[in-house]
Design a protein around this ligand. Structure first.
Ligand code: ADP
Ligand code: ADP
Length: 226
């Protein structure tokens, strides 16, 4: 089944076409990555899916339902941006609980239980009382992911969550993100400019150029290309 799809999606800013006639479908439970050089339209595509930007043209559907005009808070997505910082004056647990945004946690558990579950999911069990600046960059990004996951969204959107980290931490976080994603089986759209990273963690990759995918394929299919 298809979790979300763009049909002839376009986004223009005046003279600039950021996203140009994109059609793609992400399957339920899939780890789908938009990869390509800076300026090719990855972030804009993600922001269109999240609902932070409105389409100039085309349609977005979630599970077959047209959500084109639907605001972000009604889209059932969790979003982590590159510089989506944690609140420094709140504990880790408070940061994650903030992600609930007054919604009831999924599974009928209490807010505290939900935070505990998520801390374990991101391998930070028992660290809820820490302040963000007591954590490593990779740990902070995992907290940001937990905050996005708190209300139990159907879709997780990640924009270059590793970019501020050094190469070694990036590789570790990459594995952890993949692990979290597989454990939940959550549909994930991931943005990176790093082709190696994209091929390492994705079920399918859309290779973007000048506002549109020029290829959508599995890593295996991309490697096999001469
Ligand atoms: P990427 O994420 O691949 O680096 P972006 O989606 O950020 O690419 O940007 C695609 C193109 O659209 C770039 O030329 C960028 O400058 C332009 N763009 C993105 N957002 C805006 C905006 N809010 N106003 C004007 N131009 C924008
Ligand atoms: P990316 O990491 O995808 O390249 P940028 O750092 O280029 O993202 O852009 C960060 C934010 O600035 C995004 O929200 C994007 O929409 C916006 N933006 C990008 N280019 C422009 C632009 N030329 N004019 C106005 N806003 C822009």
């Amino acid at each position: 089944p298809i979790a979300l799809e763009l049909e002839n999606a376009a986004k223009r800013y005046g003279e600039t076409t950021a996203v140009d006639d994109v059609s793609l479908a992400v399957r339920e439970g899939e780890f789908f990555t938009l990869v390509g050089p800076s300026g090719c339209g990855k972030t804009t595509t993600l922001r269109l899916i999240a609902g932070f930007e409105t389409l100039s043209d085309g349609t977005i559907r979630f599970g077959g339902t047209d959500v084109t005009g639907v605001p972000p808070e009604d889209r059932d997505v969790g979003v982590v941006f590159q510089n989506y910082a944690l609140f420094p004056h709140m504990t880790v647990a408070e940061n994650i609980a903030y992600g609930l945004n007054f919604a009831d946690p999924p599974g009928g558990v209490s807010d505290d239980q939900r935070v505990t579950e998520l801390l374990e999911l991101i391998d930070l069990g028992g660290m809820g009382d820490r302040e963000p600046d007591q954590l490593s960059g990779g740990q902070q990004q995992r907290v940001a992911i937990a905050r996005a996951l708190a209300p139990g969204p159907d879709v997780l959107l990640l924009d270059e969550p590793m970019s501020a980290l050094d190469a070694r931490l990036r590789e570790r976080l990459r594995l952890q993100v993949k692990e979290i994603q597989s454990e939940l089986g959550i549909t994930t759209v991931y943005v990176t400019h790093d082709q190696e990273e994209a091929l390492a963690i994705s079920d399918r990759v859309a290779v973007m150029n000048a506002g549109a995918p020029e290829q959508i394929a599995t890593p295996r299919e991309i490697y096999r290309r001469p």
